[in-house]
Design a protein around this ligand. Structure first.
Ligand code: AMP
Length: 582
């Protein structure tokens, strides 16, 4: 029996993993919590992932990476401690933590692959999808399917069980916003249109609130000419996020933080109140941009808001009351929060996994490609001529005749296979170079170049024509094949992705992950080190000892909220005392 397929939502802020149990998806607890913060810290030659890593962002920002999903698909390296790592390697560390947890908690056969369905924002490009797949492969996960997050949410909502319905799935998470219009008909779920912004989410609200709190703090205390260090930023972000979350259920939230800033020998504490009105004033424009995208998605699906059966809210940030309010005002349609908004996407991925494994779930999923795929073609003559000219001459003295045709249109259901013919422009043309573009711009230069396909005909004809086929697989990944139309001979077609740098697996494979105990004890070890430090006064040491005991007691209990509160107190004191040592 193969191992069951797990569903992974690899989120910007949090990741969630689930598995099918009694025909229903069930969230797997990682470190005792449903949401695993997508944060990686590299300290003491080991990787820590999750809540402890998030805490370490405050104490060791230089060793910590947050929101790596935003960098996926970019050809860059990031510094984490003394290491240089690519985005997919950092994501792989998060996935390794998930994989290890699942294998440990469930009776998985270690000799068989650990299979998963993994979700990505609908707006992810080919490069970003590929990077996600690579990250999974590096962490020894076998990717059965990549699906779009809103589509997964539709599956979790149970749309496939509805005979005929059209919903908009509004997914506002930590770092990305997606909107999809989805139709269900006789068990068939089809995405009609999708829009989004992968640079918009709860992280942005945290930043706006962080600046607001900082400005108010400086004003209250009449402090001038002070700059925030990375440590203060990390601390402020934590405070801002906690305040934001409380403001979803309360109208006014007190903000208190001891030893917030030491300036000219004076210790300043943070003490203020933030109202929901003030917070809404900060984020109104951002939420408005999401409702504009919703209107655009409806236009693309040729639907009016009144024709929708409903709007389903997904993602942690959809809990902000202003979201449903603004949607209701603009479209006069009630938006309903899905149950378990932060777990729904992972649950949908698990349902998709069950479908792949032919489990008893009655759904066929039709996904679409979010971007058009097209080409700019260069024949031999154009190629030679272009290369004989200086860059300044190109476009002025000579305008290359580049085909810019779309082969697979935006919003085409996937998998999809589409072909296009190219005639040779010189007799016996052997080589064809095809630049592949993704995007909706009219000119090829307005779109993203995602790579080059080199086609080589073995035995060129005098008047040759080749037919190039683009095949978008079910994961939205591109394959290119070509055929000589007269001889029907397969043409050697090699597609080189422009960002397809191979990752060295060794980086992550040899990386040691901190054990649960090691990770839990990071703060305690730091605190104990301070107890041995002669420069710390007895009064502070007594407070520290009391906090360590309290923290250890809370670790024994299941009460996550109480643990978090004590953890924050300990963090604050550590931050203050370590700062004093410097
Ligand atoms: P997700 O990517 O769906 O896990 O969403 C994570 C984002 O949701 C983070 O920015 C959280 O701060 C935010 N979030 C979670 N719960 C709430 C809440 N009750 N109110 C506002 N934002 C929330």
């Amino acid at each position: 029996m193969p191992n069951p397929i797990i569903g992974i939502d690899l989120g910007t802020t949090n990741s969630v993993v689930s598995i099918l149990k009694d025909k229903l998806p069930q969230t797997i607890l990682v470190d005792n919590a449903k949401l695993l913060p997508s944060v990686v810290c590299y300290t003491d030659s080991k990787f820590i992932v999750g809540q402890t890593a998030k805490n370490m962002a405050i104490l060791e920002p230089e060793n910590t990476v947050l929101s790596i999903k935003r960098k996926m698909g970019q050809d860059i390296s990031l510094k984490i401690g003394d290491r240089e790592m690519r985005p997919e390697e950092i994501s792989a560390v998060i996935l390794k933590k998930i994989r290890d947890t699942v294998v440990e908690q469930f009776d998985f056969n270690e000799n068989l692959p650990v299979r998963c369905v993994i979700t990505v924002p609908a707006y992810f490009t080919e490069e970003q999808r590929n990077a996600t797949k690579q990250a999974a492969e590096i962490s020894a996960l076998q990717v059965e399917r990549i699906i779009n997050e809103p589509t997964a949410a539709a599956l979790a909502f149970g749309m496939s069980a509805l005979d005929e319905a059209v919903y908009a799935i509004y997914d506002l998470g930590g770092g990305t916003f997606d909107i999809s219009v989805i139709e269900s008909m006789d068990g068939l779920v089809e995405v009609l249109a999708t829009k989004g912004n992968n640079e918009l989410g709860g992280d942005d609200f945290d930043k706006l609130l962080m600046d607001f709190i900082w400005e108010r703090f400086l004003k209250q205390n009449k402090i001038v000419n002070v700059y925030r260090t990375r440590k203060e930023e990390a601390r402020l972000i934590r405070i801002a996020e906690q305040t934001k979350i409380k403001l979803s259920s309360e109208k006014v939230v007190p903000v208190q933080e001891s030893f917030f800033l030491k300036n000219n020998g004076i210790n300043y504490h943070l003490e203020m109140e933030i109202s929901r009105d003030e917070f809404e004033g900060l984020i109104r424009e951002k939420i408005q941009s999401t409702t504009t995208l919703l209107a655009e998605a409806l236009d693309a699906a040729k639907l009016k808001a009144a024709e929708l059966d409903g709007i389903i809210l997904v993602g942690g940030s959809s809990r902000i009351p202003l979201v449903a309010d603004m949607i209701q005002k603009k479209f006069n349609v009630d938006a309903a929060l899905i149950s378990h908004p932060d777990e729904a996407v992972s649950h949908g991925a698990t349902i998709q996994g069950a479908i792949i494994d032919n489990q008893e779930i009655d759904t066929v999923l039709i996904d679409i490609t979010p971007h058009s795929l097209g080409v700019a073609v260069m024949d031999d003559t154009t190629y030679d001529k272009l290369y004989s000219l200086s860059p300044e001459q190109v476009g002025k003295d000579y305008k290359p005749d580049l085909g810019t045709g779309v082969i697979i249109k935006q919003n085409t259901p996937i998998p999809s296979k589409k072909s296009r013919k190219f005639s040779a422009s010189v007799p016996f043309q052997k080589k064809f170079e095809i630049e592949v573009y993704q995007g909706e711009g009219k000119r090829y230069t307005d779109n993203r170049n995602i790579g080059t396909a080199m086609l080589e005909v073995a035995e060129p004809l005098e008047h040759g024509t080749i037919e190039v086929t683009f095949e978008l697989d079910i994961n939205g990944l591109l394959k290119i094949t070509a055929e000589e139309t007269t001889t029907k001979e397969m043409v050697n077609a090699e597609f080189k992705s422009s960002k397809g740098v191979r990752v060295h697996k060794s980086h992550v494979e040899t990386a040691e992950m901190a054990s649960r105990e090691e990770s839990d004890n990071v703060l305690i070890r730091r605190a104990e080190k301070l107890l041995d430090n002669d420069e710390i006064v007895a009064e502070d040491k007594a407070e520290l000892t009391e906090l360590i005991t309290r923290y250890q007691q809370k670790q024994e209990t299941e009460d996550q909220a109480a643990l978090e509160e004590t953890e924050n107190e300990l963090l604050d004191l550590l931050y203050y005392l370590e700062g004093n040592e410097d």
